[in-house]
Design a protein around this ligand. Structure first.
Ligand SMILES: [Cu+2]
Length: 280
C-alpha cells in the first residue's frame, strides 16, 4: 500500500515517498508524535501480509509540515516487531513496548522489551522490560496518574513448537516509567472542568514555578495496533505563585472536542497526575 494524504475536500490522494520495508506494514503501529502541533508521525515495525514470518525492526518518521514530506528512518528496534504498543507520555516521549517477531507470537516470539522514544534526539532509550508478552489484540494506554496499563494478547499457539492452541492473555500489567522514580513530582489540582478552544483556565500547583510543559493528552482508545485518537497537545501557560493558568489552542483539527487529561511536567520531565478537562 502507498502511504499518503487524502484531501477530503478535493478527493485527491498525494503519495508520501520514502517508507522503508513497505512490504512489512501489516500489524505496524502509527503514532502522532508529541506535541501534536509538530505534525510528525512515526510508523513502528510491522510484518509481512497474512501469516508471513517476516517483520520489520524499523521506525519511519514523516514531518507533514515540510514542503515535500517524505518518510525517513528513525532508530531501529532490536527485533522485527509486529503489534508494537505505543503510548505518548506527558514528557513528550513515546513508550514503545511488547509485540512479537512472528505472526501472533508463533514460535514463542513475544518481545519482552520496552523503549522510550525521544523525539528531540530521535533516539530510543532502553527501559525496564515488561513482564508479560503481548502480541495480537493487545494494547497499552496512559493512565491519569502517569503510569501505563498493558493488556490483552492473542497468541495463536501456547507452546514454542506451535502444537497447542493459545489462550487469550488475561493478565493486566501496570508499568511505571522512569519519570515516576524521582524524589518529587509536581502537584496539580482545582481548575475548571471545561475549557473552550482559545480560552484559559487557572489550576493550583505548589510547584507552578517549576513547570516547563503543559499537555492535553487524549485518553486512549487502542485496538489492533491503532489509536487514531491518541495525541498530546502543547498548551501555553503562565505561572504566578501557586497558580498555573493554561490556554487551550484554537483549531478544531488540532483540538478535537471531548475529554482530555491535563498534565503539568517539570524541568526534570516528571509529570503531575492529570486533571480531567473537557473541551466542548
Ligand atoms: Cu481482531
Amino acid at each position: 500500500r502507498d502511504p499518503g494524504i487524502w484531501d477530503v475536500e478535493t478527493n485527491k490522494f498525494t503519495k508520501i515517498p520514502g517508507m522503508s520495508d513497505p512490504d512489512k506494514l501489516e500489524t505496524s503501529g502509527t503514532v502522532l508524535l508529541p506535541p501534536a502541533q509538530d505534525q510528525k508521525y512515526m510508523v513502528i515495525g510491522g510484518g509481512g501480509v497474512g501469516e508471513s514470518k517476516l517483520a520489520s525492526e524499523k521506525t519511519r518518521i514523516v514531518d507533514l509540515k515540510a514542503d515535500d514530506p517524505k518518510f525517513t528512518d528513525g532508530p531501529s528496534l532490536e527485533k522485527g516487531t509486529r503489534y508494537p504498543q505505543a503510548s505518548i507520555l506527558p514528557d513528550d516521549t513515546v513508550l514503545v513496548s511488547g509485540g512479537s517477531e512472528d505472526y501472533r507470537g508463533r514460535g514463542d516470539s513475544n518481545i519482552h522489551q520496552a523503549r522510550l522514544y525521544h523525539p528531540d534526539t530521535n533516539s530510543f532509550e532502553k527501559v525496564a522490560d515488561p513482564l508479560v508478552g503481548r502480541n495480537y489484540h493487545s494494547g497499552s494506554i496512559l493512565l491519569p496518574d502517569g503510569r501505563l496499563m498493558f493488556f490483552g494478547s492473542d497468541s495463536l499457539y501456547a507452546d514454542k513448537a506451535n502444537t497447542k492452541p493459545g489462550k487469550f492473555e488475561q493478565r493486566v500489567e501496570i508499568y511505571t516509567p522512569p519519570y515516576l522514580y524521582r524524589d518529587s513530582r509536581p502537584d496539580l489540582s482545582g481548575g475548571p472542568q471545561t475549557i473552550a478552544r482559545g480560552e484559559s483556565g487557572t489550576f493550583t500547583s505548589r510547584a507552578a514555578s517549576t513547570v516547563k510543559k503543559v499537555r492535553l493528552i487524549r485518553p486512549s482508545a487502542s485496538t489492533h495496533v491503532t489509536d487514531v485518537d491518541q495525541r498530546s497537545i502543547a498548551l501555553d501557560f503562565k505561572a504566578d505563585g501557586d497558580k498555573l493558568t493554561v490556554t487551550v489552542p484554537e483549531g478544531k483539527n488540532l483540538v478535537q472536542s471531548g475529554w482530555y487529561m491535563l498534565f503539568a511536567t517539570d524541568g526534570h520531565g516528571t509529570p503531575s497526575k492529570a486533571q480531567w478537562v473537557h473541551v466542548p
